[in-house]
Design a protein around this ligand. Structure first.
Ligand SMILES: Nc1ncnc2c1ncn2[C@@H]1O[C@H](COP(=O)(O)OP(=O)(O)OP(=O)(O)O)[C@@H](O)[C@H]1O
Ligand SMILES: [Mg+2]
Length: 504
């Protein structure tokens, strides 16, 4: 029996799978294989999860939380939770990491009860464009949730495991994963091994954003037809927005299946009178008014990833879909047009990531063949010089680099080295500066006197292990004869919550 659970901790929904003896089983929550990533706090001891939480949040929005995975992008952000049964007690401050810990604890305990196994190992998936900090926070949340052994796996790799790992021949799979909170595109080569060739995406583009765009569209339509200004602040603004959100979400999902759908709901006007809104909206209207722009963005990202992979359309053997939003017909059409082939829709789009994670945990064969590449540049800045990347995006993990530098001034007695990680730039909006994470600083002071300091050699060794830790950072200073003058080592560095560095 495999000890690993495969967990897709999604922005809107989570799925837990287990793989044993070639058989996949999914954990059921309320008789469903998908649980909304939501929690509701009745009191400190009584927490509701999933659909039960969402239902209660309708009435008491300040006592619940959803979309907490997005909060991991900003580790300092938090939501204040007011306990429903004791609104005047001290509120609970939930960060993305704490919320993830609580939710993962529930997933672990519920799965253990259902399968009658005390699960302590997990393969937890993360979006491809999560940076080191976000991956690390998710891993720490899983450890805090009671898992002793946690393997982090990128969502597209998990999906590709399900779609293609059983095939022996060389295949390039393009994974198009349009979830609730993020959009990821990856090209993965599967043969004897499994290698991510190129990735791209947008961490601010997901089904949630599509729903909010539909809300906006409905508000504008209502303004024209009913003379109601629902986007303007009012006493019932929050209430109206919740009603509109639910209507938009239902409409979106329904129009993936049907050509036309009726929407009917009641909102409060500014004089507090109730107004009933009724529309028939067609799929075409939704596509023209809301989805066209989103489809354009998504297709552009697909084309860029193809270019980055240095592949032509014909080099892609399988177009694999993942994520609930990939059900939207016009998005499927968009990718079919861009790549000249129809995407596979045989797998369950909502569970494919968790299934891949479970297979990864449950099958020793597969663990050996996944090859991962570095997704950040790692490098140094010495003195006032510019950033110098020693390990570059795309290098195979584990990665090692050794480089020598010379002090720049003849009488220099101090060498200051800043260590950085730099984002791969998969988000077009990121600039060089805000894509950089400072990791650590090493300073050599009171360097021994030497006739000409510029003859000294400072050798820097970087090593990043398979778990994506910078696990070796060695600096040595040599004199002209090659004798070591002094050295400083750090054993293992990972980016911590504040973006600083810990030495462990
Ligand atoms: N039939 C459908 N048509 C359109 N959208 C859908 C459909 N089914 C689900 N969705 C949307 O898919 C999203 C949820 O997808 P999924 O469960 O894959 O996301 P997630 O894993 O929570 O998010 P992420 O992977 O971004 O963290 C929601 O926004 C939901 O509205
Ligand atoms: Mg997902």
């Amino acid at each position: 029996m495999s000890d690993y659970l495969g967990i897709d901790l999604g922005t809107t929904n989570s799925v837990v799978s287990h793989f044993n003896n070639g058989q996949l089983r999914r954990v059921k929550f309320d008789n469903q294989e998908i649980i909304p990533s939501a929690m509701f706090f009745h009191s400190a001891d009584k927490i509701y999860y999933g659909n039960m939480a969402l239902r209660r949040m309708h009435q008491y929005p300040h006592s619940g939380i959803k979309l907490f995975k997005r909060m991991l992008y900003n580790p300092q952000s938090f939501k204040e939770i007011i306990y429903q049964n004791s609104p005047h007690s001290q509120p609970l401050q939930l960060t993305g990491k704490l919320a993830s810990t609580m939710f993962l604890t529930y997933l672990r305990e519920h799965s253990s009860t259902q399968f009658n196994v005390d699960f302590r190992k997990a393969v937890v998936t993360v979006p491809d464009n999560f940076n080191t900090t976000q991956v690390e926070l998710t891993k720490l949340a899983a450890i805090d949730a009671g898992f002793h052994d946690v393997i982090m796996l990128k969502e597209p790799i998990a999906a590709s495991i399900v779609y293609g790992l059983t095939s022996q021949v060389d295949k390039n799979i393009l994974v198009y994963d349009f979830g609730g909170g993020t959009f990821d595109v990856s090209i993965i080569n599967i043969g004897q091994q499994c290698e991510v060739i190129a990735t791209g995406g947008d961490s601010n583009l997901g089904g949630e954003d599509i729903t909010l765009d539909i809300v906006q569209y409905l508000c504008e339509k209502i303004e024209d037809d009913y003379n109601l200004f629902l986007l303007e602040p009012s006493e019932k603004f929050e209430h109206n927005q919740r009603i509109l959100y639910d209507a938009a979400e239902k409409l979106k999902i329904s129009l993936s299946e049907f050509d036309e759908q009726e929407v009917c709901f009641s909102v409060y006007a500014s004089d507090n009178n109730v107004v009933t809104i009724n529309y028939n909206i067609t799929r075409q209207e939704l596509e023209d008014e809301v989805l066209r722009a989103i489809n354009g963005k998504a297709t552009q990202i697909v084309r860029k990833v193809l270019r980055d992979a240095d592949l032509l359309v014909d080099d892609i053997d399988i177009v694999a879909l993942a994520g609930g939003s990939s059900c939207i017909p016009v998005l499927q059409q968009g990718i079919a047009n861009a790549l000249g082939k129809s995407p596979h829709t045989t797998q369950s789009l909502a569970t494919v990531v968790a299934d891949g994670a479970a297979i990864r945990g449950g099958d020793g064969q597969i663990q050996k063949v996944i090859l991962e590449n570095v997704i950040h540049d790692f490098g140094v800045r010495i003195g006032d010089a510019t950033f110098d990347a020693l390990i570059k995006v795309g290098q195979r993990l584990p990665a090692k680099a050794v480089k020598c530098y010379r002090p720049t001034a003849a009488n220099q007695r101090v060498i200051n080295i800043d260590i950085f990680a730099r984002e791969s730039g998969c988000l077009a909006t990121r600039t060089f500066e805000d894509g950089i994470t400072f990791l650590d600083n090493i300073r050599f002071e009171n360097l021994p006197e030497c006739d000409d300091m510029t003859k000294l050699c400072l050798e820097i060794t970087f090593e990043i292990n398979k778990e994506y830790y910078l696990n070796k950072l060695e600096t040595k200073l040599y004199d002209v004869a090659g004798n070591e003058i002094c050295s400083k080592n750090l054993k293992c560095i990972s980016v911590n919550q504040s973006g600083g560095a810990t030495c462990i």
